[in-house]
Ligand binder design. Sequence first.
Ligand code: HEC
Length: 181
Amino acid sequence: MKTMVSRFASACALVVVVYACTPAPSPTPVATAPTDFIAGDSNLVNVASTWNRVAGPYVGAAAPDGSFLGQAHRATDTTVVRTIYARNNFVTITKDASGRYPVGTMVVKLFRRRSDSTVVGGSMMVKRGGDFASANRSGWEWINLNASGAITTRFRNDSAATGCINCHTARMANDYSFSLK
Ligand code: HEC
């Protein structure tokens, strides 16, 4: 009897030891936004089918902010349709207490031929973070996309991005974005 009890006790001890030594299951890793998010072409896969559509399709100046466009964003070419998509791989896209969109926010406007939906170019804004483009304090990197939907020109500071910023300043109160809400 004594033997049985002690065998039982040592079995329990073993169970306790094994249980105690088994590492707790790791929580699903949650990606955190880097302090400086740099978007590349690998971020631009399946934009139209997997990102959130936030505005459009628009043709010409027939858009809520069309009166601002002038010659910009192919607004004078009515064979082209503009659609705006957004994505942030880390957090929900909502403005913080100071009215800024979060680091990692990517907004892409695709230009497509109306006749066959082929992408013919695009524009992009990426929230870099840190003190990127600190003069206007927005932290956006302004980018042009080519006909393959890939990054072609990065306007990496305020003076290079003057054209973009001058117009988007109309929406300074919305962190320089016309379409994000
Ligand atoms: C003359 C004004 C003007 C200029 C210059 C301009 N934009 Fe825009 N942009 C707009 C307007 C208006 C919209 C709203 C969507 C629409 O009607 O196409 C817009 C929308 C966008 C969007 C979609 C997100 C948003 O804010 O709505 C991106 C991305 C963008 N512009 C990037 C650029 C980049 C990059 C440049 C410079 C290379 C640039 N823009 C220059 C007026 C302008």
